[in-house]
Design a protein around this ligand. Sequence first.
Ligand SMILES: NC(=O)C1=CN([C@@H]2O[C@H](COP(=O)(O)OP(=O)(O)OC[C@H]3O[C@@H](n4cnc5c(N)ncnc54)[C@H](O)[C@@H]3O)[C@@H](O)[C@H]2O)C=CC1
Ligand SMILES: O=C([O-])CC(=O)C(=O)O
Length: 263
Amino acid sequence: MKKIMLIGYGAMAREVVSRLPKGVQVAWVVVPPEFREKLAGELADTDIAVLDSVTQAYTAPDLVLECAGHAALAEHGETVLRKGWPLAVVSVGALSDALLYAKLRCAASKGHSSLKILSGAVAGMDGLAAAREAGLEEVLYVSRKSPQSWHGSPAETLVDLNTVDKATVFFEGSAGEAARLFPANANVAATIALNGVGMDATRVQLVVDPHTHRNTHRIHARGAFGEMSIELAGHPLPSNPKTSMLAALSAVRACRQLLEPVA
Ligand SMILES: NC(=O)C1=CN([C@@H]2O[C@H](COP(=O)(O)OP(=O)(O)OC[C@H]3O[C@@H](n4cnc5c(N)ncnc54)[C@H](O)[C@@H]3O)[C@@H](O)[C@H]2O)C=CC1
Ligand SMILES: O=C([O-])CC(=O)C(=O)O
């Protein structure tokens, strides 16, 4: 049996748990101290230990899965990697902080562990990263979501989410800016950047569309390899419209890979 540690137990983590393959079990969940008692009560009938620090686990997980947000990756990532535990992350936007990126890279190297950037809500990262080998001239990413998905983000100050009546671009900038300004909505921008031309050169547009219920991710890349356009229209999770179901599925896949000898 493979044992995983979850960092975070919100919409995405719960979706992952509901789809875990046979042969993989959650042994630890790490949440902020103020949520620990309540969650421990909720999980009292399970074998899951609810912790507020990764250091409270005394055996090594086969995988640590971060599904908790930028602050959580900054808080726990380095410790996990220094312990030699493999870490898969969805809050990729946190890596737009060059210092955090360098710290995690160094911790992974010192701990002989690995930091896996999950593809999350988007697809095509393998092709983009391969295309980069011969040089990329341009990468553009457009994210389009419903007003509901942008509530609680700085989009609220850039466009009236309650009255917008047509698809409207409310942000244009670099992947790094998008990831920092929209930590719960633009992790994909950082994922594309890390697989392509980097945080500064990746161009990003964020769009609110009152006529959609999907989270749509469009990538256009051009380079020596040729040209690629991908559009992925994902269903949001009912429990968090900011987060696409596919993001959770990319984490489920990482768990399944623990069981597979062929990658
Ligand atoms: N790469 C991708 O495609 C995507 C990445 N994400 C990332 O996944 C994160 C989680 O998404 P959801 O589950 O939908 O959000 P959510 O808000 O439903 O759940 C977040 C969970 O993390 C916990 N948490 C917060 N701070 C923590 C800390 N310091 N340590 C441990 N746990 C902590 C919260 O208590 C909560 O249980 C998002 O914040 C975002 O950064 C989200 C969607 C797509
Ligand atoms: O789940 C999505 O559609 C994308 C998302 O929130 C992110 O990139 O942070």
